[in-house]
Each structure stands twice: as C-alpha cells, then as structure tokens.
Design a protein around this ligand. Structure first.
Ligand SMILES: Cc1cc2nc3c(=O)[nH]c(=O)nc-3n(C[C@H](O)[C@H](O)[C@H](O)COP(=O)(O)OP(=O)(O)OC[C@H]3O[C@@H](n4cnc5c(N)ncnc54)[C@H](O)[C@@H]3O)c2cc1C
Length: 449
C-alpha cells in the first residue's frame, strides 16, 4: 500500500489524521507550494507557517521519512511519478481552497486514484445549512456531534520511497513579530500544557482582561496546525465550557464561510449591502498605526504591529471604533488584520469583522456601540495594557487615561481623539437610521458583549 498525504495546514506529528496508520506501508508526505497563497497571505503568517513547515519536515525526517515540497503546477507530474494507491487530504472551507480541491478530486478521479477527505481544522462536520444564531448552532449541532476522541499517536517510523520529482526549497520568510511565535511542536505542547494547568479552570473570568495571561494564545498554532483542535477540546472538556464554546465559535464561522463564500467581501446580512461606509484614507492610517488618541484602541493596534497578534477584547474594541465611530468600511479593517495577524484566518477574520460591524451572523445590533473608554475601565482598570503598548501614556494617571478630552493636555506627545467616541456614535446612529429606516431596530439577538 502506498499512500500520499497532502499537508496544507496540519503541520504537526501528534494527533494528526493525515498520519493515521502511516507506518503500515509506504507513506509519501507532500506539501504543494501554491503561488496564490504566497500573494494572498501577510508576511507574519507566512513566516510562522514556513517555520512550522520546516519543523514538520525535520520531524518527518527524524522518523526516517521525507517530506516532498513540490510546486503546485507540478502536482500532476508528482502523482504520475508517485503512483499512489490512495491520496489523503483535509477539507478546507476557504473559497480558493475549495476550488483547488475540486480540481484535485477531478484529477485523481481521472487517473483512477482513490482519495480520502479528512477533517482536521474543524471539530464538527459541516451541516447542510447554517444555523441563524450561535446558540442554536452550539446546542443543535456542535454539542450533538462533538465528543472527546482518542488521540492519534505520533508515528515513530515512516517509510518514504525516493521519487524523481521536481521539488523546491521552503520559502525563507522571517519577520520581527513572527519571531516571538516561533516554536517547535514540543514547545507548543509545553505552552498549551502550561495554560491547561494554570489558567484553563479560570478562563471564564480571565479571558477578557488583556493585561493578564488569561487566554491560551494558541490561535497562531491552530492556524498552522501545530496543535490539534481535538486535543484542545479533550483537555478543556469538563474543565471550561467557556473555552469549548470559543472553539465552537471557530467552527461556526468556518461553516458560515463554507455556505456563504461571497461574504469574503460582501455583508452576510443583505439589508446591510450598500451601507454608506466611509473610505477616509488618512483616518484609516491613523487607526492602523495606533494614533487615534483613544488609548485602548491605540494599545490594541500597536500590539498588532509589534506582536502580529491582539487580545480578543481589544480586537472587538478596535473593530468597533473603526466601523462605528469612524464609520470606515469593515473590509479595510479586515484586510489590515489579515495582512498583519500571525493567526490570520479568512473565516475567523471575516466572521468576526462582520460581527463587530453589525452586518454578520449573530452580530451586535447596530445601535449597540462599544465605548472604548468604558471598555478600558472595565477590562483594563489599572491601565496596565494601555501603558504597556502606548509608552507615551506610561506616566499618565488612571483618571487622566479616562478623560479623552484633556488627556492630550496632560501628555503633550499624545494626540487628541481624532473622533470622540460620543460624536462618532451619534454620527453612526444617524447614518444607520437614515439607511435602515426604523425597520431593523432591536431585532437581532445579542450574543457576545
Ligand atoms: C475583529 C476580529 C478579527 C479576528 N480575526 C481572527 C483571525 O484572523 N484568526 C483567528 O484565529 N481569530 C480571529 N479572531 C478571533 C479571536 O480574537 C482570536 O481567535 C483569539 O483572540 C485568539 O487568541 P487565543 O488563542 O488566546 O484565544 P483563546 O481565548 O485562548 O480561545 C481559544 C481558541 O478559541 C477560538 N476563538 C476564541 N475566540 C474566538 C472568536 N471570537 N472567533 C472565533 N474563534 C475564536 C480560537 O481558535 C482561539 O485560539 C478575531 C476576532 C475579532 C474580534
């Protein structure tokens, strides 16, 4: 039996369905380098991703096997040389990946090669249609299909035949923000175990506080498949339902993208299409650089620039400030995040941006607008997160941080708010009321505040 396993975003040895029973015959791991992804992804994600691919390559070599890295254009030639009995790969919900998989299936059928499609980046199967709210999805789908499963052991000895196929080097991409995330698979395991032992039981009460180590920071490793979602579920099961729910949100957004691929650049809720978003480049740039004059927003945006990652609470606050207070198109924010996040994931990013803007599934009703000053008082009451990422504000008192109108007098290096939260809020409400009329007010359920 000769098996080809196509690795895409499952770059690990432990608990990997691609490696199930891999020791039983000849096993050929391959990664097809796709130019499209090179163009589409930001450098931070590419740097971590190729780092993870190199780790996988070493891990496979340590078992005696070999990972072939082949340009996607040479895929057919690869199969002609490899002549497998079976090809296995994992399903992917992104529109480009689905198109690519459609072509791959046709090619394999044409060549009479059997294939198996496995699930790894989702915990639950994709339902035939989506659920109108996360709560219904969680109760009627996720909890019905998802149970802790036994881990797939790590292979210790792989046999890969030598093949005369065109290969390429793994691209060499390195960025400062990505560097702090580089880790071996064992190091990722150690970080996860540390979180499980020290934080997971208190996750529900800590997860909204950006200044404490209250979240797992696993998203970059999930994105590259350096850790298994099934393992995370197993460890969280019965310990933190809140954490299991966060993993379920991930599935929810992935399923939405599968069923509504057009939402990559179009609002999910039809009544929002054509909304008069502003396209103010100068204001967008100040937001992107973390120079808005609103401390929590600036702290979040600067964390993104230096770490390629941002705490979920601040992601929600900066997204709300951009779309509601500045009235700037959510697509601009989504793209900026996508190009800078080391955990950039199309389904999660689009789903969450549309949620924050109000035009997505289970979104905040348009009249519920985060106040970034109140959010800071509630979730960063001592201003520790703000002072960490906005050094100009290190000496400002808590009281000064809470008064945006006078903060720039107390700290001359810091700009006045470019749009005060209250003015921005009033403007948004007026524009939204004119656009929607009164018809949709108050209709939407409120899930995550
Ligand atoms: C505007 C915006 C954009 C976002 N873009 C992305 C993105 O591109 N990639 C991405 O992985 N996440 C994205 N998120 C979701 C969330 O912010 C991150 O998954 C989370 O902050 C990652 O940190 P963590 O691993 O410590 O999460 P933890 O709190 O430890 O949660 C564990 C896991 O649950 C999942 N999860 C948690 N919150 C969410 C959520 N709101 N939506 C979906 N899954 C969630 C993630 O896989 C996360 O790793 C975005 C959120 C917002 C508000």
């Amino acid at each position: 039996m000769r098996t080809v396993a196509i690795f895409r975003r499952e770059l690990r040895l432990y608990d990997n369905p691609l490696l199930q029973e891999a020791e039983q015959g000849e096993f050929i791991p391959v990664f097809f380098l796709d130019e499209y992804n090179q163009q589409e992804h930001g450098d931070n994600l590419r740097a971590l991703f190729f780092h993870a691919l190199r780790q996988l390559q070493r891990g496979i070599e340590a078992t005696g096997g070999r990972l072939y890295v082949v340009p996607l254009e040479q895929q057919e030639r690869f199969f002609d040389v490899a002549r497998p009995d079976e090809v296995r790969f994992c399903e992917d919900v992104e529109p480009h990946s689905r198109e690519r998989d459609g072509q791959l299936k046709k090619l394999l059928e044409h060549k009479g090669i059997r294939y198996r499609v496995l699930r790894d980046s989702l915990l639950s199967p994709i339902p035939d249609s989506t659920y109108p709210s996360f709560t219904q999805f969680y109760k009627r789908h996720f909890t019905q299909h998802v149970q802790p499963e036994r881990a797939i052991p790590m292979p210790t000895s792989l046999r890969t035949p030598a093949l005369d196929v065109p290969t390429v080097d793994i691209p060499d991409v390195d960025t400062e923000p990505a560097r702090s995330w580089y880790a071996t698979e064992e190091e990722v395991q150690a970080k996860w175990q540390h979180f499980v032992a020290n934080t997971l039981p208190r996750y529900g009460s800590l997860r909204n506080l950006p200044s404490v180590q209250g979240v797992s920071r696993m998203s970059p490793y999930i994105r590259c498949g350096m850790i298994s979602l099934r393992q995370m579920l197993r460890d969280a099961w019965g310990v933190s339902e809140q954490f299991v729910k966060e993993l379920a949100w991930r599935d929810f957004y992935s399923h939405l993208l599968y069923h509504y691929p057009e939402t990559v650049n179009m609002e999910l809720r039809p009544e929002w299409r054509g909304f008069p978003w502003r396209h103010d480049e100068e204001q967008f740039e100040r937001w992107a650089k973390g120079e808005t004059g609103v401390p929590l927003v600036d702290a979040g945006m600067r964390q993104l620039l230096c770490e390629g990652w941002m705490h979920n609470r601040t992601r929600m606050v900066v997204a709300s400030y951009l779309t509601k207070n500045l009235l700037i198109d959510w697509r601009w924010g989504e793209r900026w995040f996508y190009l800078h996040l080391v955990d950039a994931d199309l389904a999660q990013n689009v789903g969450n941006w549309q949620w924050a803007a109000g035009c997505g599934a289970d979104a905040l009703p348009y009249f519920r607008i985060f106040n970034p000053v109140l959010q800071a008082q509630k979730f960063d009451p001592k201003g520790e997160y703000i002072r960490q990422y906005v050094p100009e504000l290190r000496e400002a008192s808590d009281e000064q941080l809470s008064n945006l109108e006078t903060l720039h007098h107390a700290v001359p290096d810091y700009p006045p708010p470019m749009v005060s939260p209250e003015e921005g809020r009033q403007r948004f409400l007026q524009v939204a009321r004119e656009f929607f009329g009164e018809s949709v007010q108050g209709r939407l359920p409120l899930e995550r505040e």
